[in-house]
Design a protein around this ligand. Structure first.
Ligand SMILES: [Fe+2]
Length: 215
């Protein structure tokens, strides 16, 4: 199983991407959350500010300030790829709020088990997503899991491309490095909240098959 897969889902139309970018500019990071993570890592890394709305797929809660019209437009494009699922659309921002490049440190996501992410703005020329050997222990997904850099082993690194859909396992520890601007992505959460291997099995037609020769 690959650490990350590109998906064949269609790109966001320009007007929708623009509307989402406008929303992303209104999303404020929590400085106390950022400070908490910084303290967790004993101030050894520069932690990015982040606004990752509280989405409990089980409860269908979505705090992203998106109009019904926008959600309807997204649903009209993406719902047919996920029959019998309720789709939740969420805007996420990670941003450099200090005068250097920042890191969103190693974690497993709260609640969602598989990322279906579309990078609208990478937040820098060389922003890297790192996946680690370690995965969450246990199956309580109600809280994010954090881990110290000393306790993890790098498994794979990838610079995610703009305007591309990706899927990866959010319950494998992962981090984002070298954020120099504002990184903004749209996520689709599925009502059934499948684990990553379950997702790959359920939606094989959505996984982009790339030739190793780039053709
Ligand atoms: Fe994450």
């Amino acid at each position: 199983m690959n650490y990350i897969e590109k998906l064949t889902l269609p790109n966001l139309p320009h007007d929708i991407a623009d509307s989402l970018l406008e929303i992303s500019r209104t999303l404020q990071h929590s400085e106390s959350d950022r400070q908490w993570l910084s303290d967790y890592h004993e101030g050894k890394i520069t932690v990015a500010g982040y606004a990752i709305p509280d989405v409990a797929t089980a409860g269908g809660v979505n705090n992203t300030p998106m109009s019904d019209e926008l959600v309807g437009a997204l649903d009209a494009i993406y719902k047919k790829y996920f029959p019998n699922q309720t789709l939740y659309f969420v805007c996420n921002v990670m941003k450099n709020v200090v005068d250097s490049s920042s890191i969103f440190p190693p974690h497993c996501d709260r609640v969602r088990r598989t990322a279906i992410n579309y990078v609208v703005d990478t937040g820098g020329d060389d922003v890297t997503t790192t996946f680690y050997e370690q995965v969450r222990l246990g199956d309580d997904f109600s809280k994010a899991a954090n881990i110290n850099y000393n306790d993890i082993t790098i498994a794979h690194r990838e610079v995610l491309k703009e305007k591309t859909w990706y899927a990866f396992d959010t319950q494998r520890f992962h981090s984002v490095e070298n954020i120099t601007g504002s990184r903004f992505y749209l996520a689709i959460l599925l009502g059934s909240n499948p684990g990553y291997s379950e997702f790959l099995q359920q939606y094989p037609e959505l996984i982009l098959k790339e030739s190793p020769y780039g053709q």
